[in-house]
Design a protein around this ligand. Structure first.
Ligand code: HEC
Length: 427
């Protein structure tokens, strides 16, 4: 009896089990949910998605601004238009700290978590900051990778099943793929970080293209950044180590006993798992079809790359220009600080009222959770016509504050917004 064969199998089973638990089940189960929420098709979300998502939230980051009742409760999160992250294990964490994000209000800074199939954490807030330094929104990173991840994970699971039931050196070499998982992740992550740092457009404050820090602490404008691996990464490392052991054990086993034929039972079991994998992939395809994923991917528009002045250009410009530029930057910085102050004041106030996501993410940071006014004017009591007229005017004039926000809204969005705001009442 060659005991290396069952030992190799055992390690492959371990690796497969944690791969299923940490990544495959949550990412396949949650597939398409965010698109359905975004498209206002909440009723299409299958009922098992709710307990699944809730289960995977244990111990995860919960937004400082989110109402307590919504904790681990997808239904409530949708109801309150809260920001919802994907269910699979987070692999990397990126967070920002700044004097204007006080520790009391943001004990973890402003964290964003990177998953195989998406993001979680304070993505919206992070995008606001990115916007100021002229960085594209986080969602523009790795769109195809994220879309394909659940498919790739199912394929990987199938490799493990092959390994478990069949003994030959070619199938044994499939283990190189899970062994490389942590490196594959870091490779993609580094590529996209580089892309983010080198696709800057002209933001409120101008920074030179740079490589964001992959691991450890860094600085962007006045923000301190932290980037560290989290639970999902260590799980990938565990899968990698188990795969290595499994591969090594089987290599030894095959040396002692080069021919080890699979029995009919093995074939039948293999067929069974193959069918499960095919069903999983069919489910992903069906979901992607229903949420028009392909159209969404095709429509992806990247932020236009606007040339930022390089250091030498700044040096070459005349003394007067330089002073002018410094003055302008100073003003921009002041404006930015005001905006950040508004974001900060938002902590704790948002989520108390039921407003649409449209209002909440576009207007609430400055106009308050229910139009009561904050950094922006009070909007309560303004008529629908007046509001619409204003918004349409903002779209064409050079109003520095609104132009960027209003640009992204369609006329339909504006009508919806103004109808909503006109019904705001003093609390
Ligand atoms: C970055 C902060 C900020 C955001 C975000 C913002 N506003 Fe404003 N808004 C202001 C400020 C400041 C004023 C007052 C100064 C001005 O009129 O430009 C204002 C004024 C207004 C006024 C004029 C109020 C009046 O009494 O005439 C309207 C209407 C308005 N905003 C609507 C909106 C809507 C709708 C949104 C969301 C789509 C929005 N704003 C997003 C900062 C903001």
């Amino acid at each position: 009896m060659n005991f290396y064969f069952p030992a190799a199998r055992l390690f492959a089973v371990f690796a497969l089990a944690i791969l299923l638990y940490g990544f495959i089940i949550p990412s396949v189960g949650f597939h398409g949910t965010l698109e359905r929420i975004q498209d206002d098709k909440v009723e299409d979300i299958p009922s098992y998605v709710y307990p699944l998502w809730n289960f995977y939230q244990k111990g995860r980051y919960f937004g400082v601004n989110s109402p307590k009742e919504a904790k681990h409760n997808l239904k409530k999160m949708i109801e309150f238009s809260e920001e919802i992250g994907v269910a699979s294990m987070p692999v990397w964490n990126f967070s920002l700290e700044a004097p204007n994000y006080p520790k009391e209000a943001f004990p973890k800074g402003l964290p964003v978590y990177i998953h195989f199939d998406g993001l979680s954490g304070e993505v919206h807030e992070m995008n606001t900051i990115n916007h100021y330094v002229g960085m594209p929104s986080m969602q523009s990173g790795g769109p195809y990778e994220r879309a394909l991840a659940p498919y790739a994970l199912i394929l990987l699971a199938l490799f493990f099943v092959l390994f478990i039931f069949y003994n030959n050196k070619w199938i044994n070499r499939l283990m190189f793929i899970p062994m490389a998982l942590p490196f594959i992740f870091i490779g993609f992550y580094a590529y996209w970080l580089h892309w983010f740092g080198h696709n800057l457009y002209r933001g409120a404050i101008t920074i030179d293209p740079f490589m964001p820090v992959l691991l450890g602490d860094g600085k962007v404008a006045q923000f301190t950044t932290h980037a560290y691996p989290v639970i999902g990464f260590w799980v990938l490392v565990a899968i990698s180590i188990f795969s290595f052991i499994a591969w090594w054990l089987k290599k030894r086993a095959l040396k002692e006993q080069p021919i080890n034929k699979a029995t009919p039972v093995h074939h039948i079991l293999m067929l069974f798992f193959l069918l499960i994998a095919v069903a999983g992939i069919a489910y992903l395809v069906k979901t992607d079809k229903e949420v028009n994923k392909l159209e969404k991917l095709a429509k992806l528009s990247y932020a236009p790359k606007v040339e930022t002045p390089t250091k030498t250009e700044i040096l070459e410009s005349s003394e007067i220009d330089k002073q002018e530029m410094l003055k302008e930057r100073d003003e921009q910085r002041k404006e930015q600080e005001l905006k950040i102050k508004a974001l900060e004041d938002r902590a704790g106030s948002i989520g108390k009222f039921k407003v649409t996501k449209l209002y909440k993410s576009n207007c609430a940071p400055c106009h308050g959770a229910s139009g009561e006014g904050n950094f922006g004017a009070k909007l309560i009591g303004l008529s629908e016509e007046y509001l619409l007229k204003k918004l349409l005017a903002y779209k064409t004039n050079e109003d520095a504050i609104h132009i960027e926000i209003v640009e992204s809204l369609s006329e339909e969005d504006m009508k919806q917004l103004t109808e909503e705001i006109s019904q705001f009442k003093d609390q």
